[in-house]
Design a protein around this ligand. Structure first.
Ligand code: SF4
Ligand code: SF4
Length: 88
């Protein structure tokens, strides 16, 4: 039986707060995520796809880009804090 599951290329970025994943084939370059990102961590690359390569260190793992993207092209996975690392 043919496998109909489609595999998307995923670009992965990381800082100390989270991993951020972008599926460029799904990104239409609408910049909704750019507008809602509170720290200007996202930019468009030369192919008009969203990218976090340049400013990933600014990402605070708020998930706003994931929530607002209409095409499910971007998602984040927050990193767990270690037990000794509690709120200040
Ligand atoms: S909101 Fe989604 S589709 Fe639009 S630019 Fe951002 S990642 Fe791409
Ligand atoms: S998780 Fe928040 S800070 Fe990070 S890129 Fe998305 S909107 Fe910007």
């Amino acid at each position: 039986m043919a496998d109909t599951k489609r595999e998307f290329k995923v670009n992965r970025y990381e800082n100390d707060k989270c991993e951020l994943f972008i599926r460029p084939e799904l990104c239409k370059g609408c910049e909704v995520c750019v507008a809602f990102c509170p720290t200007q961590a996202l930019t468009l690359d030369t192919k008009n796809k969203i990218c976090a390569a340049e400013y990933m260190e600014k990402c605070i793992a708020c998930s706003m880009c994931e929530v607002r993207c209409p095409d499910f092209a971007i998602y984040i996975v927050k990193k767990e804090k270690s037990p000794g690392e509690t709120k200040k």
